[in-house]
Design a protein around this ligand. Structure first.
Ligand SMILES: C[S@@+](CC[C@H](N)C(=O)[O-])C[C@H]1O[C@@H](n2cnc3c(N)ncnc32)[C@H](O)[C@@H]1O
Length: 306
């Protein structure tokens, strides 16, 4: 577990917090929580401290205690950087199971420099590769070799872009996180990179894209009605949208996991595609990565604008 650390502004409280972090690294979460609670008695307005206390209590199995810490966090974190609403919702304790852009931005700003090592190196992340294969197959089936204008939604550090650029004339990426975009910029594969929410970006130039890709992004977005309608609107007729989902087999179209990522049911997602003018051309159930050594179930979906 790694939670964002910030100073409390009080040396003694900071020292308690660093002992707590050391204990948490040894998986002594209850003891870590105890020390964090002491630090917060000294600095009760320490927003990041409440976040850490919630994380330690959750890891210690003290969900009621974690909920109390996140409820306090919700009061203090006006910008929603620590995702208190998602954390509460994931434990059925109120909050709201909606996308939380400020939280996603802070999460990936913090993660950017370690992202590729962590995801590709340790978590067996192969989604860009799987999407590339599916896109190439579809191109081949159409007897075509290239796309003109491609959009990489939630482009992150550019792992998907590296695979797309040989297939496209123009590649544009969008992401909420400036630090992820800075990593992507270094790869020099994008003609344009934009810091924005993907729906706003898609609404910029209707009917002009040939390919829209979202690799491991919709699991941070939640309800897909808006994003898929915007993608459909951005595509030329015959244009392709290719995305990955983290899936679940329950009755709900979307649910929030305790990982704070959204999981989608495949059939309702395909129904949204159809409703917004996207005809499904390929659906493939697959493992999209590992989490704590276990496979995370997902799907690769390709659909074309009718
Ligand atoms: C797990 S990373 C995947 C990055 C990249 N697509 C890849 O496959 O390596 C998810 C990315 O989506 C971005 N993201 C999440 N929600 C977004 C939104 N609503 N608009 C733009 N970017 C978003 C995050 O900032 C993050 O960089």
């Amino acid at each position: 577990m790694r939670e964002i650390q910030y100073s409390s502004g009080d040396l003694v409280a900071d020292r308690r917090a660093s002992y707590a972090a050391a204990l948490a690294a040894e998986r002594a979460f209850a003891e870590a929580a105890e020390l964090m609670a002491q630090a917060l008695e000294m600095v009760p307005q320490w927003v990041a401290g409440w976040n850490l206390l919630g994380a330690y209590r959750e890891a210690a199995g003290d969900i009621a205690g974690a909920v109390a810490a996140w409820t306090q966090l919700l009061q203090l974190d006006a910008r929603g950087l620590f995702g208190a609403t998602l954390k509460l919702a994931a434990h059925g304790a109120g909050g709201s199971a909606q996308a939380a852009p400020a939280y996603v931005e802070a999460l990936f700003d913090d993660y950017a420099s370690r992202f590729e090592d962590a995801l590709v190196g340790r978590l067996g992340y192969r989604t860009p590769e799987m999407l590339e294969v599916a896109i190439r197959d579809t191109l081949a089936a159409r007897g075509a070799t290239r796309f003109e204008r491609a959009l990489d939604l939630g482009c992150g550090t550019g792992l998907m872009g590296e695979r797309l650029w040989p297939l496209v004339d123009r590649l544009e990426g969008v992401d909420l996180s400036a630090n992820m975009l800075a990593e992507a910029r270094r790869k020099r594969t994008y003609d344009r990179l934009q810091k924005a929410d993907l729906v706003a970006f898609l609404l910029e130039a209707p009917g002009t894209a040939d390919l829209i890709v979202a690799a491991d992004v919709f699991n941070y977005v939640g309800d897909l009605q808006g994003p898929l309608a915007a993608a459909s609107n951005a595509l030329r007729p015959g244009g392709l949208v290719a995305f990955s989902l983290e899936t679940h087999a329950g009755p709900d179209a979307v649910r929030l996991g305790t990982t704070l990522r959204f999981q989608h049911a495949t059939t309702p997602t395909l129904a949204i595609c159809q409703a917004v003018g996207l005809r499904t051309v390929r659906v493939e159930a697959t493992t999209i990565r590992l989490e704590r050594g276990l496979p995370v179930e997902g799907a690769i979906v390709l659909a074309e604008r009718v």
